[in-house]
Ligand binder design. Structure first.
Ligand code: ATP
Ligand code: MG
Length: 431
């Protein structure tokens, strides 16, 4: 164990939340060990401002819960304690120990056991241990640094500091074993490499192709949680590039991935949605997963809608069925809550309505609550190189007119669909 004294690192207590300091002080006060750990220590050492604070302790969840009235025990796969201070939640985890596959569920310290599936997937990980044991159970070396707010020392058991200096994302232990225990760690490797702009250690990267298929075992609900971290943390575009480069997109959105490989326009659309989301987050504007999901599945929806139209379905019916189909197909891998699938459908169906520039309907569309998102989506499609007959700039000007002028102009527009300039996919544009 490497111990770095206070004068040899740049962590200052000033940048640690009061809640986290309080939790650590009280745990120490009752005779326990307590350290700041994970992303917070990593980000503090990199000179950043952590968004949340995780604490590791030798006290059991029950003991922690008993010490803090404002706390509750959550989780099953990992039992952790949430301590609440106003809007801030401090996550307290008990040191995890080595697990023994033959271990019988032990009766001491309630639920102190782990479980693995036949393939080696870790189903439960609640064996308690020491700081050293806890360190090697973590995912990345740079996520396994501990800070003692009492002595101001940093504890490094896995060369995390060296990797932080080398700017390297390195899995702790044997990569294939760690990825097999929990395949989501592969997504975490790519996410942190993208966010921190670190390179991925070669040994770590080399194990990904052989373990990638294990992501199919991950429950759709957990993948949705991870999806949010991948694409709504402000580094979606860089993370997306990583997922493409390491071919993990195949396990998140297989159908969209196939479309993106075949059509540069499909790839460009998703990439543009990611970049636009990052930009909005940087500007503190609200973002929704529905927009990114709408972009991700659009190439599939479009393909299906076209097929149904060729079979004779009218465009709105074709779009409706295609949307239904694309969402239920995607949900086999990643669950998509209804509060997001509904706006996705509306954004897609709106794309058809935007093709009609004629009459009162077109004039009133501008005031629809989904207009903004649908219009932004249309611009994204054009930016990606989709041929919409310059529909975007028409709506850009049209929406700025007062209602009366909109009505007048919409009355002059020719024929259905604004002169028959229908949206077409540029299928000649191949990757
Ligand atoms: P951020 O919160 O900035 O996304 P983080 O590193 O704090 O990053 P969390 O998901 O909050 O990430 O997890 C906290 C810590 O728990 C991690 O730093 C890591 O040490 C450990 N951890 C999280 N997920 C796993 C996992 N799947 N396997 C092993 N350790 C993990
Ligand atoms: Mg965290």
């Amino acid at each position: 164990m490497n111990i770095i004294p206070r004068d040899q690192h740049n962590i200052s207590r000033k940048n640690i939340s009061d809640g986290a300091l309080k939790v650590m002080a009280r745990l120490r006060g009752s005779g326990h060990q307590a350290y700041l750990v994970g992303g917070a220590v990593r980000d503090l050492l990199l000179g950043g401002h952590p968004k949340d604070f995780d604490i590791a302790t030798d006290a059991t969840p029950e003991t922690v819960h008993a010490l803090f009235r404002n706390s509750r025990i959550i989780g099953r796969r990992f039992r952790i304690v949430h301590v609440r201070f106003g809007r801030e939640i401090i996550e307290v985890t008990t040191f995890r120990g080595h697990h023994d596959n033959d271990l019988e569920p032990s009766s001491e310290s309630g639920g102190n056991h782990s479980r693995q599936s036949a393939s080696g997937l870790l189903l439960r990980d609640n064996v308690y241990g020491t700081l050293e044991e806890d360190a090697v159970r973590r995912d990345l070396t740079v996520n396994a640094l501990y800070y003692d707010s009492g002595t101001f020392e940093v504890f490094d058991h896995v060369h995390g500091l060296k990797d932080l200096e080398r700017r390297s994302i390195c899995i702790i232990g044997e990569p294939a074993v760690r990825f097999t225990e929990d395949p989501v760690r592969m997504l975490r490797v790519l996410r942190f490499a993208a966010k921190l702009e670190f390179k991925i250690d070669t040994h770590t990267a080399r194990a990904i192709p052989g373990c990638a298929h294990l992501l199919a075992e991950i429950p759709a609900a957990r993948l949705f949680d991870e999806f949010l971290k991948l694409f709504l943390s402000g580094y979606a575009a860089a993370t997306f590039d990583m997922l493409i480069r390491h071919k993990l997109m195949l396990y998140l959105f297989p159908d969209s991935y196939a479309e993106m490989l075949r059509h540069t326009v499909a790839h460009a659309l998703v990439r543009a949605a990611m970049a636009s989301t990052d930009q909005r987050i940087a500007q503190d504007k609200p973002v929704t997963p529905a927009f990114i999901l709408a972009a991700l599945l659009w190439p599939v929806v479009q393909r299906e809608a076209l097929r149904l139209q060729e079979r004779g379905d009218p465009p709105p019916a074709a779009m409706h069925s295609a949307a239904q189909e694309a969402i239920s197909e995607a949900a086999r891998n990643i669950s998509i809550p209804k509060r997001f699938s509904q706006p996705m459908r509306e954004i897609w169906e709106f794309q058809l309505r935007l093709e009609n520039r004629r009459g009162r309907k077109a004039a009133e569309l501008v005031d629809h609550r989904r207009f903004r998102a649908a219009y932004d989506f249309l611009l994204l499609r054009e930016q990606a190189g989709e041929d919409t007959g310059d529909l975007g700039s028409w709506w850009t000007e049209f929406q700025q007119l007062p209602m009366e002028q909109r009505l007048a102009q919409a009355a002059q527009e020719k024929g259905p669909g604004g002169g028959g300039r229908r949206s077409r996919r540029r299928s000649s544009n191949r990757a």
